[in-house]
Design a protein around this ligand. Structure first.
Ligand code: GUN
Length: 290
């Protein structure tokens, strides 16, 4: 079994990005500038956004964090998005999800200028992705593709089973794995909460991308020998021994499944760091095109 080390791989990619920034500035360009909008007090969102800002500093980007109250109206948030759209100092920005219930997430995503949508969530960018046109790929699926690529994992002709159809991970990951490119060219099955024979399907998978958010859901009896496991789950479960009071749990029972897998991502330290670095890659693209 080989561990797909997202921490180490993301570190290597960050070094490459930092070199690119140095070259960009030497050519008279400006530092890429990423802005992140955080609405409310969701613990996981605060952690993610702070990590994204720290990543920017590490590679030599400028960053702005816009913290907004949980009670902000949809109209006010749309105005903030509009401000960022028209601010030439900002190359790209994200609105951290989830948003409070009273705000229509899709409406907010649709309001983002597609040329600044470094999350790749705007329908225009998702459409381009599906057609294999150059665009911003959503960060988590892009991080998964980079991990498969950096470890030279064969995907062509393989059966890839994606578990979960979220717009952020499962759906785009299924499209990318089926595209006529590398990584891709897999035969993809997209499974979800209404799939009736999930265990039988998983048992035929060469590659499993698990993104359903249920700790230890996929167990050793559900997978075949040699399977490649990409575990996107990061559920917080109580752990009094940790300073934070919780630990992160993947969707895959690592202890059991790792005995059968050829490659497997750990949680934490697998997909998570790759997601963060993908956002930096997209931001570098926006800065280069200006
Ligand atoms: N919430 C969970 N993942 C993401 C992400 O990749 N981008 C944004 N904006 N919100 C998220």
């Amino acid at each position: 079994m080989i561990l797909l080390d997202g921490k180490k791989t993301s570190f290597e990619i960050k070094e490459e990005i930092a070199e690119e920034v140095t070259k960009l500035i030497a050519r008279g360009g400006k530092k890429p500038h990423l802005a992140a909008v955080l609405v409310g007090n969701n613990g996981a969102s605060i952690t993610y956004v702070n990590a994204k800002v720290k990543d920017c500093e590490e590679v030599g980007f400028d960053s702005s964090l816009i913290k907004l109250s949980e009670t902000i109206s949809e109209k006010e948030l749309l105005e903030e998005v509009e401000k960022l759209n028209s601010d030439d100092a900002i190359d790209g920005f994200i609105v951290q999800l989830p948003l409070p219930k009273h705000i229509d997430e899709q409406k907010v995503i649709m309001a983002i200028d597609p040329t600044k949508d470094v999350d790749g969530f705007h329908p225009q960018n998702l459409g381009k992705m599906a057609l294999n046109l150059p665009t911003f790929l959503p960060a988590t699926p892009m991080g998964i593709m980079d991990l498969l690529d950096r470890y030279n994992i064969e995907t062509g002709g393989k059966h890839c089973v994606v578990v979960g159809r979220s717009h952020i991970v499962g759906l785009p990951a299924s499209i990318l794995m089926g595209r006529n490119s590398y990584p891709g060219n897999a035969t993809v099955t997209l499974t979800h909460s209404r799939t009736s024979n999930l265990k039988e399907i998983l048992q035929t998978a060469d590659i499993i991308i698990a993104a359903l958010g249920k700790p230890d859901f996929i167990t050793a009896d559900m997978v075949k020998d040699g399977v490649v496991i990409i575990d996107v789950g990061t559920t917080r479960v109580v752990d009094k021994s940790k300073k934070s009071g919780y630990k992160l749990k993947g969707d895959v029972d690592f202890a059991g499944v790792s005995k059968k897998a050829s490659y497997i991502t750990p949680v934490p330290g697998g997909v998570g760091p790759m997601t963060r670095v993908s956002l930096l890659k997209n931001t570098l693209i926006t800065a280069r095109t200006k």
